[in-house]
Design a protein around this ligand. Structure first.
Ligand SMILES: [Ca+2]
Ligand SMILES: [Ca+2]
Length: 162
């Protein structure tokens, strides 16, 4: 008798080896945010235009969330702000990338965005599928205390597997 390990014991999701990422799927979802400044709605962060942006009204504990109609296993997120220098609303200098497990938000990666006007890319460990994925601010906006969070564009990608 031989022992054969089922694939799901090696890869709990049964997805195999990560080989890359899909195109951005964020626009297939619906965006929501912790607060909105003026007309700079959450949806502006997933509208494929870097001239529109989501802006918060606070610089503490802000979040942007995308809700999908079916479970997604997000393996990569990007965020971008093309703001105009010091004092401008900006990316958070720290953030938790999270999914919702039905009762609470679970952090998959804690990241430290840097710079202004550069695309920030972050990969995520394999996680259960979820309809809700969130960027939660954990540190001040890069421009410094007193400014708010602004995200021009956020992207969310699933993995591709061998
Ligand atoms: Ca997009
Ligand atoms: Ca935008």
């Amino acid at each position: 008798m031989s022992l054969v390990l089922a694939p799901q014991l090696l890869f709990p999701q049964g997805l195999g080896t990560l080989t890359g990422y899909t195109a951005d799927i964020s626009s297939s979802g619906t965006a929501a945010a912790s607060s909105v400044s003026g007309g700079n709605a959450a949806a502006n962060a997933i509208d494929d235009s870097t001239s529109t942006y989501w802006q918060s009204t606070s610089n503490s504990g802000q979040w942007l969330e995308v809700t999908f109609s079916a479970d997604k296993i997000i393996r990569k997120m990007t965020m971008r702000n093309t703001g105009s220098g010091a004092g401008f609303n900006a990316l958070p200098s720290g953030a938790d990338l999270q999914y919702y497990n039905g009762s609470s938000y679970v952090t998959v990666a804690s990241v430290t965005p840097t710079g202004v006007d550069t695309l920030q890319e972050f990969t995520l460990d394999e996680s259960p599928g979820s309809t809700k994925w969130r960027i939660l601010q954990t540190a001040n906006a890069i421009a410094g205390p007193g400014t708010n969070i602004a995200l021009d564009e956020v992207e969310m990608m699933e993995g591709t597997y061998a």
